[in-house]
Design a protein around this ligand. Structure first.
Ligand code: HEM
Length: 395
């Protein structure tokens, strides 16, 4: 059967808070859509919630390891995959993930809360002392999760300018592959030096723990891969949720007031913001392991499937009126943290950071408002993770 592949705006355009309308419209069409990914490769696009869960939830039919690696100049494929949980299938994936799960349990993360509250307070104090206007991205949304992941992992916060720049370049889909390859090499070299340092003198942090307790089971490249992934995933994602989530709340003052004034409203509000904003908006890839079908669509072994999380999270099967933000609704399920064996390892940490930061920010500045109409340039398009480059606020 020959099927025409469509060119779809898979991750370059987004309408502020909403997935591209072209993609959302596909949910109502039967089967799956044939598309090209950002590198021009053909793939099947999954846009509905139940189909997304089916694909992400079955690592025997849908593989991460078999997704062809994007060649990056200067870095060989084996090295690029080492320690990268998202590039592995069970049992290799299970072996590495098991070493980390203990550090990210809800109970473990709860112990970090007092320190996260302190970090949030210090940044709010600095904003207040400097006075309005303030750029929420540079003054709060980016530094708070960056400092948290640095302390957790054992990465010097003084190096933030460099690792933040590298992280945002690595997920920038508009950069030429040579540049992304060069930055990936730089990231690994930086982390490799930190791993060497931890081996020589393991600290009381996650890197120290990995070296001390699992140094014999993990190769140097695996340690570098794990730590690099945690550093990037640990700040890029949460930072964008904090900025975009704040703007979404400011657009709905009654919902912002609920988050500010009712502690019981905070956890469901975080889930609704996660669902509504679904910032991992480039479709996540899987490779078909054996001939199968999804939504009645036959899929051949070796074909690629792309799961559009942002579209799945706006499925009418999930929530009434899914295109509206309603932090007061009974929390709707979502796949904004993924699903299945690769479900976000850092979800408990990200949830705790957001549940701490949003109400603290809104309580400190009850009159918080955008300084002008937020321009299109202030939204981050063309990157794997959606969000904001800047968010000028006053109070
Ligand atoms: C995986 C989203 C915060 C570490 C994922 C996946 C998603 C996601 C969608 C699955 C991707 C796939 O299946 O292809 C988010 C969002 C966050 C967030 C929206 C913030 C709001 C964090 C934080 C950390 C983290 C704070 C680390 C401290 C990871 C890791 C994986 C992952 C290590 C790979 C898990 C595996 O393959 O087993 N995340 N994440 N994330 N995330 Fe997050």
């Amino acid at each position: 059967m020959s099927v025409e592949a469509h060119e779809l705006p898979l991750h370059v355009e987004r309408d502020q808070f909403d997935p591209p309308s072209g993609i959302s419209a596909l949910r109502d069409r039967p089967g799956l859509e044939r598309v090209h990914d950002s590198l021009g490769r053909e793939a099947w696009l999954v846009t509905r919630y139940e189909d997304a869960r089916e694909v992400l939830g079955d690592a025997t039919r849908f593989s991460n390891a078999r997704v062809p690696a994007v060649p990056m100049p200067g870095i060989d494929e084996e090295q690029m995959r080492a320690g990268q949980l998202l590039a592995l299938d069970p049992p290799d994936h299970t072996r590495l993930r098991r070493l980390l799960t203990g550090e990210f349990t809800v109970k473990r993360i709860r112990r970090l809360q007092p320190r996260v509250e302190e970090i949030v307070t210090e940044h709010l104090d600095a904003m207040e002392a400097a006075g309005p206007p303030s750029d929420l991205v540079t003054d709060f949304a980016l530094p708070v999760p960056s400092l948290v992941i640095c302390e957790l992992l054992g990465v010097p916060y003084d190096d933030r300018d460099d690792f933040q720049r590298r992280a945002s370049q690595q997920i920038d889909l508009t950069l030429p592959m040579e540049d992304r390859g060069r930055v990936a090499v730089e990231s690994r070299a930086y982390m490799s030096a930190l791993v060497d340092r931890a081996k020589a003198d393991p600290g009381d942090d996650l890197l120290g723990m990995l070296v001390r307790e699992h140094g014999d089971d993990l190769t140097h490249d695996e340690l570098v891969g794990i730590a690099t992934l945690l550093l990037i995933a640990g700040h890029e994602t949460t930072a964008n949720m904090l900025a975009l989530g704040t703007l979404a709340l400011l657009r709905h003052p009654e919902q912002a007031a609920l988050v500010r004034d009712d502690p019981d409203a905070v956890a469901p509000a975080v889930e609704e913001l996660m669902r509504f904003l679904s910032i991992v908006h480039a479709a996540v890839p899987r490779a078909v392991v054996t001939d199968t079908e999804v939504a009645g669509q036959p899929l051949a072994a070796g074909e690629m499937v792309l799961v559009q999380l942002a579209s799945a999270d706006r499925d009418r099967a999930l929530a009434e009126d899914p295109d509206h933000l309603d932090v007061g609704r009974a929390a709707a399920p979502h796949v904004a943290f993924g699903h299945g064996v690769h479900h976000c390892l850092g979800a408990p940490l990200a949830r705790m950071e957001m549940a701490t930061a949003f109400p603290a920010l809104l309580r400190r500045f009850p009159t918080l408002a955008t300084t002008t109409d937020v321009a299109r340039a202030e939204f981050r398009e063309g990157t794997f993770i959606y969000g904001m480059r800047s968010l000028p606020l006053t109070w």
